[in-house]
Design a binder for this molecule. Structure first.
Ligand code: AMP
Ligand code: ZN
Ligand code: FE
Ligand code: FE
Length: 281
């Protein structure tokens, strides 16, 4: 079984519509894929139709942007939650709205130095999609300022750049709690992705575990080897599930579907624990 539990569509910052992500999953020889758009479940319905057509099983999911009190970014994957759970829905709506204001502020700052307007950015965002820096990057590519998203993230769009603006995001333990309350299965995404910015210490893991964390996404290209050793220790000590996934973004990132996989045993445990929605087969 080839199981990839982390992929994005243009419902957030991937470049393909959900149905095309499912087609690509079939072409990559996957048996199971999770659609985990940032702070949105708007792609589930279209992906579900495509799941039945392609024969690739769909795990409805989401990736929630969180931030610790010290300001460290944490991404939390949720699988099989109830998309209508009021508490969780309220948090992601707050984040989505804040992302909008934040992107506008970033564009205002960027427009002082680069040929960039708000319309240029919106041109790259599907209606209703969760706005992120990748969309600003796309507009900068179109304006000829950078070659691709990677170059934008390596320069003007990093969290250390003077154009970077913060947006509201829930604390990781709160997000874990809400995912469980919504019947979902919370997994810490790329926990030691140090190239993206600061990473959290063991205390944050303990808080998330106390709140109900189910697993760690250890096999992800952004987790360096020494960090993976640390994660294996944490997973063993606290009895956490271990997942692997691609974090596919279509043409938006080099990550390829199926480049990391999750075992059938772990997938079965996730399916058992998830009670808010169902795997679509
Ligand atoms: P934001 O949520 O707006 O802060 O933007 C973060 C998003 O940008 C994440 O979903 C990443 O997948 C994406 N991202 C981060 N680094 C890169 C990169 N080098 N190339 C393309 N996308 C990236
Ligand atoms: Zn993304
Ligand atoms: Fe992420
Ligand atoms: Fe992701």
């Amino acid at each position: 079984m080839r199981i990839d539990l982390h992929a994005h569509s243009n419902v957030s910052d991937g470049t393909q519509v959900p149905a095309d992500v499912m087609e690509s999953a079939a072409a990559a020889g996957l048996d199971v894929i999770a659609l985990t758009d940032h702070d949105s479940t708007a792609g589930w319905a279209e992906a579900a139709v495509a799941a039945r057509k392609t024969g690739v099983a769909l795990v409805p999911g989401m990736e929630i942007s969180c931030r610790t009190a010290e300001g460290i970014s944490v991404h939390l994957l949720s699988y099989l939650h109830d998309p209508a759970h009021p508490g969780l829905l309220e948090e992601i709506t707050k984040s989505k709205d804040a992302r909008h204001t934040r992107a506008q502020r970033m564009v205002t700052l960027l427009s002082e130095d680069y040929p960039l307007t708000w319309d240029d950015v919106i041109h790259h965002v599907a209606p209703g999609a969760t706005l992120g820096r990748p969309h600003i990057a796309d507009a900068l590519v179109a304006a000829g300022v950078v070659e691709d998203r990677a170059e934008a993230f390596g320069s003007i769009l990093t969290a250390r750049s003077r154009y970077w603006v913060q947006h509201y995001a829930p604390e990781p333990a709160l997000a874990v709690e809400l995912v469980r309350a919504a019947g979902g299965v919370p997994v810490f995404a790329h926990p030691v992705a140090s190239a993206r910015g600061r990473i959290v210490g063991e205390e944050t893991y303990r808080e998330m575990i106390d709140a109900g964390l189910a697993g760690l996404e250890i096999y992800h290209r952004d987790n360096p080897e020494e960090g993976r050793r640390f994660l294996r220790r944490i997973a063993e000590r606290y009895g956490l599930l271990v997942t692997g996934s691609s974090d596919y973004h279509g043409a938006g990132k080099p990550n390829l579907l199926g480049e990391n996989l999750t075992s059938a045993e772990v997938f079965a445990r996730i399916e058992e624990q998830g009670t808010g929605s169902s795997v679509v087969r």
